[in-house]
Structures are given as structure tokens and as C-alpha cells.
Design a protein around this ligand. Structure first.
Ligand code: ADP
Length: 436
């Protein structure tokens, strides 16, 4: 039977899915919000987004490993009960049993699926050969390189011949060259239409990787995780990392992501009364970014920074947003440029740096209001709960505890306020003449 003209079959799907985590004390962390995503037959779907945006959670919900708080999970159009049996996983961490040989690692997975003994041996041998590990059947994981360990991980997943292969950051722990070959090999296994896996769903924060692999790229927003946009990738296969088409799409995704995470906030005339959300980057990270920019002549492309400093771009963008909020950098398009204030900071002595940082903090409403509250309080200090309430009321969509942690980090970094974890009290630091 041919189905050339019909819509592709939908293998699994989430509809209007939310996921909340209870943080205790009535606080709830919303990790996913309103996720709609269908995995069709014969496609590679990639979930792309910064760390913590909920990519793995989406995989786990589709697989039936985690229940959504709201919404539906379907397996071939039917509500999913328990685990989805059609999914094989490849994890970032390889997840191998160190006391078992390569063969036993693969066989144990098949045995767990209650396959007959002869079939276990036959499937394991075939999968090990497929991933190029013939001759290493009796080796132990400790004797293998990272790339070879991941080949065992892939053999385990392939040996199950699952309808869908789910891969969670599968190549982020192997060197770049090995990652390139592993990607190509996974696609070779996926390509024949008459064989499983029919479809692949992968999680990645590597833009080049997803453009190389995927037919559809689901770009996610963080806090809470939402589908920002879905980009169709019709580049012909096999793909070449250096082809103009691929580089163009990489560029477009860069723009989508930076557009998402580096909003050029419209300047409000006069004093804005809105609290600014604090990007959760530590003072040391902000300082590191400024020093890096200074060493690069004052400007650099944000993705170049991530590559150079071996950071995830999500992290670099957060540090950049923090530095921008404090007036240390500007971000025209994708470039991060040291501002005059940023340059002043880098050139200053350690003590002067603290003073500049403090000055910048006191341009933010949250820090001003805490300073004013401390001045008014007879005790010369305020409680953690007071600051939390201030944050919760003025930044209702932010995670107020994370914001408080960043507030404390910055205040300490600039010697503005101290915070005592035991008494949960925020007080002026010695450097800060708050009472004056
Ligand atoms: P990603 O894969 O995009 O890095 P995850 O899906 O792993 O993101 O996590 C999304 C968010 O959910 C993170 O903020 C993480 O801390 C939170 N999270 C994940 N699992 C749990 C859990 N069991 N309890 C509480 N929070 C969780």
C-alpha cells in the first residue's frame, strides 16, 4: 500500500501540554506552557533552545516517563498509558553498565524487553556491527573512547528497532570530529524508509547540528518553555556543513534566537516605574564577559563568544543581557559591544570596579527600593521575605527565588548589601553608606 499522497502518519503527539513542578510552600515552577508538537513518520525533528527551557521534559513526556500537568499525550492518536513502547533512547551520558562488556550492554537492553535468547544474540551482533564496533564485543566501557561509548549507546537503541529514536544531546560529550561521523551514521540508519527507526526526535543546543540533522527545528523559549517557532529545513541530503544553504539557515536560526533572547528593550521616556527582570548571571560571569570583550578589542559576535569560551550560547546570552541591563554593553544585532561604562569598569582597579558596579546596581529600581527600605527601617536592615515580596509583586512572571539569588549575588559582588543566610537578613555592606 502506498501513501504518497496522504498526510504523513502522526506517530506521537503532545497537545496543549503544561508541566509544573511543585517547589514546596505552595510555589510552582512552570517548566512548559501550551506545548503542541506532533512527530510525523519519516522525519527528524529537533528541539532547539537554551539549557533549562524544557527540551528533555518534552522528550520524557512524549515517552511516557513523565506525566504532564495538563494536556494530552497521544501515541498513534490514542491517549498514551504508561511508557511508549515504540521509543528507543540515546542519552548524553551514554548510560552504560561499566561492569558489562559491549555485547552484554546491548543484550541486557534486549533481555529487558523479553526477546527470545537467539534473537537477543542476533540483534545485538547486528547492531554492534551497524555502529562499527565489530571486534569490540568483549571490551568494557572503560576501555572505550567517548565516541565509542556513544556507539554502544546507539547500538542499544538500534537493537530494539524502535519506531522512534529519541536522542537527548547525544553528541555533546564526544569530540567534534567524532560527533560529525556519528551524526552521519545515525542518518544512514534512519534513511531507509522500510526500516525502523521511522523518525528521530533530538534535543540539542547546537545550531549547526540541528540544521545538519533535522527536517523540522522547533525553537523553544525559556521560562516557561514554549514553542517560539518551527523552522522547516528542506536542504537536500546528504548535507554539507559548509554549504551556503546550510550556513544561511544557521544564520537565520541565530537571528531567531538572539531576537528572542536579546530584545532591544524600548527606552521609556523619563523614569520607568517598571522593575527590570534580572538575567540570572553571576557578577563574576558578567565581569568575565567584559574582560573577554576588552581583550577582543571591545566587540564580538555573541555566538563566537560562546564558541571561544566553550559556553552554551544560552549562558552567554544571559550574561550579555545582564551586562546590558547594567549598561556595560550594547547589543546591536548579534554583536556584543563594550560600552564606555563597560570600558571604564575593565580599566578600573579592583576597588574602583566595586564602586562602578554598585553605581550601576543603584540605577535599577529593585536595588533602589531595597536601599530605601533599609534606610527607613529602624533596624537598618530588611528581611528576605520583604525582598521576595517586592520581587513577586513587581515581577509576577519571574521566578522570584531565582531573582532573589541573583539580587544577592550582584549586591555582594558590588559590595552593596550583605545577606546572612542564617538570619535571612539583607543589610548594607560596609562599603555602602546607606544610612548616610
Ligand atoms: P532542558 O532539557 O531544556 O535543559 P529540562 O527539561 O531538563 O530542560 O528542564 C527544564 C526545567 O525543569 C529546568 O528548570 C529544570 O530545573 C526543571 N526540572 C526538570 N526536572 C525537574 C524536577 N523533577 N523537579 C523540579 N524541576 C525540574
Amino acid at each position: 500500500m502506498t501513501e504518497e499522497t496522504s498526510e504523513p502518519e502522526i506517530l506521537c503527539e503532545v497537545r496543549r501540554v503544561d508541566k509544573d513542578y511543585d517547589q514546596g510552600g505552595g510555589a510552582v515552577l512552570r517548566v512548559l506552557q501550551g506545548i503542541d508538537l506532533a512527530v510525523k513518520a519519516n522525519e527528524v525533528v529537533a528541539l532547539l533552545g537554551p539549557s533549562g527551557c524544557g527540551k528533555s521534559t518534552i522528550l520524557r513526556i512524549l515517552a511516557g516517563l513523565t506525566q504532564p500537568t495538563r494536556g494530552e499525550v497521544l501515541d498513534h492518536g490514542v491517549p498514551l498509558r504508561g511508557l511508549n513502547p515504540g521509543i528507543g533512547f540515546v542519552f548524553q551520558s551514554f548510560a552504560l553498565f561499566p561492569w558489562m562488556t559491549v555485547s552484554r550492554n546491548v543484550e541486557a537492553m534486549l533481555e529487558a524487553h523479553s526477546l527470545p535468547r537467539a534473537e537477543v544474540a542476533e540483534r545485538a551482533a547486528r547492531a554492534i556491527k551497524t555502529v562499527g564496533l565489530a571486534g569490540f564485543e568483549e571490551a568494557y566501557p572503560r576501555e572505550l573512547s567517548g565516541g565509542m561509548k556513544q556507539r554502544v549507546g546507539m547500538a542499544r537503541a538500534f537493537s530494539l528497532e524502535p519506531e522512534m529514536l529519541f536522542m537527548d544531546e547525544p553528541f555533546s560529550q564526544v569530540d567534534a570530529l567524532t560527533a560529525e561521523s556519528l551524526r552521519a551514521e545515525v542518518l544512514d540508519v534512519w534513511a531507509p524508509k522500510d526500516r525502523n527507526p521511522k523518525s528521530i526526535v533530538m534535543v540539542s543546543h547546537d545550531i549547526k547540528e540541528v540544521v545538519y540533522m533535522a527536517d523540522r527545528i522547533v525553537v523553544l523559549d525559556a521560562n516557561p518553555g514554549r514553542v517560539r517557532t518551527i523552522v522547516e529545513n528542506t536542504l537536500p541530503r546528504p548535507r554539507d556543513y559548509r554549504s551556503p544553504g546550510l550556513l544561511q539557515l544557521v544564520d537565520r536560526l541565530h537571528d531567531i534566537i538572539t531576537g528572542m533572547e536579546m530584545p532591544d528593550v524600548a527606552e521609556v521616556d523619563g523614569a520607568s516605574q517598571a522593575f527590570e527582570p534580572l538575567p540570572h548571571a553571576g557578577g563574576g560571569e558578567i565581569e568575565g564577559l567584559l574582560e573577554y570583550l576588552d581583550a577582543r578589542g571591545g566587540r564580538e559576535d555573541v555566538f563566537r563568544i560562546a564558541a571561544d569560551t566553550d559556553r552554551e550560547y544560552g549562558q552567554v546570552i544571559t550574561a550579555t543581557n545582564a551586562a546590558e541591563l547594567l549598561g556595560f554593553v550594547d547589543t546591536p544585532h548579534r554583536t556584543v559591544v563594550l560600552s564606555a561604562e563597560g570600558a571604564r569598569y575593565v580599566k578600573a582597579s579592583p576597588a574602583e570596579r566595586k564602586a562602578v558596579f554598585r553605581e550601576k546596581l543603584l540605577e535599577l529600581l529593585l536595588f533602589q527600593q531595597v536601599r530605601d527600605a533599609i534606610r527607613k527601617a529602624g533596624s537598618g536592615q530588611v528581611d528576605r521575605d520583604y525582598v521576595l515580596e517586592l520581587i513577586a509583586m513587581n515581577l509576577p512572571s519571574e521566578n522570584f527565588e531565582a531573582t532573589f539569588d541573583t539580587f544577592v549575588n550582584w549586591a555582594r559582588f558590588g559590595d552593596l548589601f550583605s545577606y546572612d543566610e542564617i538570619s535571612e537578613v539583607v543589610a548594607p555592606s560596609e562599603e555602602m553608606p546607606v544610612g548616610a
